[in-house]
Ligand binder design. Structure first.
Ligand code: 13P
Ligand code: SF4
Length: 349
């Protein structure tokens, strides 16, 4: 496990990371993208890290792929590409640089490694997991297959490489309904998110059976809370991620992947909107949309929040934290992810 005080001491030997008003001023163009949500004092703390990371990135021939749940200083400050899980997976296939630094959770880094195996894929904190990925193993997939013989397994990308390798095809929140509908069988097994599966079942022609996993962030929202909020603020648009329960999704004005949510808000520019998902989503688009008011509550993903500027700098400095996937597992998992990407393209998603 990464020892933070040791990492801090090592970084201090090589870089001047003290808060600096001069460095904050020198990076004002970056700060402009987050000034509504990051204070000038905080930017004076972040700026020295942002400068060193962006310099080291070039030296190491590295690219930073960041998920939409990263904090604004990562999302706007150091990322070369930001997106939802599907977009990050597709981008990983296109990277030409030697090194990918994955600012997201472990399954995303594994997916990048599976899709672009000759690259070094660095995970700034190996403990950045996911409650969904942790909820099922390849044995669980085998159990489901035994229970529903002949039914194809559509596994969410929020799974380990072993689970992907045991599946027929993957899906993400951006293409789940279309992927399930494209299966030939009448019954489709979805794993591991029970709520995504139920939400897909409500929109799909297929009978969907599922594994009982859940996302610890999205399962916290309740339909009662949203109804109470709507009563107080009837103008508020409620936008949910499909990892929320079907009752929450039923209360929402729109449901979509993280990038789908961002696009909806950019296109519709509601006066007041509640993003029923991870907190950084609203922060990352707040400055681009000054006329939109983002209502709380939001919930924080403790796994995504393990990724910090300090850990990214340490990963690039030491080149430690490379993700490896055993060759046989990687080969089978690649088939499942590539099938998803190919089918998404075919379906125009
Ligand atoms: P997206 O694929 O919509 O970005 O979702 C990933 C995730 O982990 C949401 O909790
Ligand atoms: Fe996993 Fe939920 Fe965190 Fe997404 S928000 S990474 S599904 S725990």
């Amino acid at each position: 496990m990464l020892d933070l005080s040791q990492a801090g001491a090592e970084l201090a030997k090589h870089y001047d990371l003290a808060p600096s008003i001069e460095k904050a001023e020198a990076t004002q163009d970056i700060y402009e993208k987050m000034k509504r949500v990051v204070s000038p004092a905080d930017w004076a703390i972040y700026a020295p890290y942002v400068i060193e990371i962006n310099r080291l990135k070039k030296e190491r021939n590295a690219v930073i792929l960041a998920h939409n749940y990263m904090t604004p200083e990562i999302y706007h400050g150091i990322a070369d590409f930001v997106g939802d899980s599907l977009q990050l997976a597709i981008k990983a296939t296109e990277v030409e640089e030697e090194v990918i630094v994955q600012c997201g959770v472990h399954f995303m880094a594994e997916t990048s490694k599976i899709l672009n195996p000759s690259k070094t894929v660095l995970m700034p904190d190996m403990a950045a997991g996911c409650s969904l990925a942790e909820s099922i193993t390849a044995e669980g997939v085998a159990e489901m297959r035994a229970k529903y013989p002949g039914a194809p397994v559509v596994s969410y990308v929020n799974t380990t490489a072993e689970v992907k390798a045991a599946s027929d095809i993957c899906c993400t929140s951006a293409n789940a309904v279309q992927i399930v509908d494209a299966m030939e069988a009448d019954t489709v097994i979805m794993a591991p998110d029970q709520y995504l599966a139920q939400n897909v079942a409500n929109l799909s022609k297929k009978k969907v059976v599922y594994w009982p996993g859940s996302c610890i962030v999205h399962e916290l929202y309740t339909a009662e809370d949203l109804r109470a909020y709507r009563e107080l603020q009837p103008e508020t648009k409620i936008i949910a991620h499909p990892e929320c329960t079907p009752a929450v999704v039923a209360e929402a004005d729109f449901t979509g992947s993280t990038s789908g949510i961002i696009k909806w808000v950019e296109d519709n520019r509601p006066q007041e909107v509640m993003l029923v998902t991870e907190c950084s989503m609203a922060s990352n688009i707040a400055d681009e949309l000054p006329d939109v008011n983002f209502a709380k509550p939001c919930n924080m993903c403790p796994y995504m929040k393990k990724i910090t500027l300090e850990k990214v700098l340490y990963a690039l400095h030491t080149m430690e934290g490379a993700v490896e996937v055993e060759a046989e597992v990687a080969e089978k998992a690649r088939l499942a992810v590539e099938r998803m990407i190919d089918l998404s393209r075919e379906l125009g998603l």
